[in-house]
Design a protein around this ligand. Structure first.
Ligand SMILES: [Zn+2]
Length: 261
């Protein structure tokens, strides 16, 4: 297989894996038209398709698809034998079989919950399948299997779901983080930077008070001595008056006791 083709298949199958939860073994829902085309072009479905998809596959069909082939006569006998080899999934039409295309569509439902890959050459069925999101379509182009690129419906559904879940999840996660106090620095809204020159590229302004201090170089290893501020003790007024009186009396006593001084 050419690299370009390999990349294309990988891209398409990964779309369904990532957006719609497809997993191996891939469930291939095959109808009579696909088996008929494979037989005509000598394509071995059981060998070629897993190799093409690079993964394990389960080949499946429905009872309605088999019964439709049986009613179409001997020309399709070979295709019928191939189809009968595959596993039959219950379609819910037991006792009241419907057309193969209708049955396959009913198996898909609205969102293809069982992750089927539809293998058909029926153009009408292909058109209807494209309108259901999350349904890969596989058909044969002569001898070459071709997994069609995701339809518009699938792309749209995947985009809407991703954007919706993303927003809801973000809000819920941030709310929980805020409640638990786990809001990291990255999650917090960033503060706007102040405009102006980069402070790291500018010289620091020298304060006038620091100029004198900067001139006095400290000796290395010498502990910094903190200057203690003197506390001014306020003496109450009555104490001041008492002290003044005491001082006057003392001076007066000294004067009289020592008149010659
Ligand atoms: Zn059915």
């Amino acid at each position: 297989m050419k690299i370009k083709r390999y990349k294309k298949v990988n891209k398409n199958i990964n779309f369904y894996i990532n957006n719609f939860g497809f997993r191996q073994p891939y469930q291939l829902l095959v109808d009579g038209t696909f088996c008929f085309a494979a037989l005509n072009n000598q394509v071995n479905i059981a060998d070629n398709i897993p190799r093409y998809l690079h993964g394990e596959t389960k080949l499946l069909t429905t009872q309605c698809a088999v019964m439709e082939m049986e009613t179409l006569g001997s020309k399709l006998h070979g295709a019928l034998l191939i189809l009968k080899k595959y596993g039959i999934h219950k379609c819910g039409h037991e006792g009241k079989p419907v057309a193969g295309s209708k049955c396959l569509l009913s198996m898909l439902g609205n969102h293809n919950e069982n992750h089927y890959i539809i293998c058909t050459q029926d153009r009408d069925l292909q058109e209807k399948v494209r309108n259901i999101p999350g349904v890969p379509l596989l058909y044969l182009h002569i001898k070459t299997p071709n997994l069609e690129q995701p339809s518009e419906a699938s792309e749209k559904f995947a985009k809407e779901r991703l954007s919706g879940i993303g927003e809801i999840e973000k809000v819920a996660i941030n709310k929980l983080k805020t409640e638990k106090g786990l809001l990291s620095q990255e999650d917090k809204p960033k503060k706007k930077r102040k405009k102006g020159p980069n402070p790291l590229s500018c010289k620091k302004r020298k304060k006038p008070g620091n100029l004198q201090n900067n001139n006095i170089k400290k000796k290395e290893g010498q502990p910094e001595i903190e200057k203690k501020k003197r506390k001014r003790i306020k003496i109450p007024q009555h104490v001041q008056e008492a002290l003044l009186g005491l001082f006057c009396w003392t001076s007066f006593g000294i004067y009289f006791c020592c008149p010659f001084l």
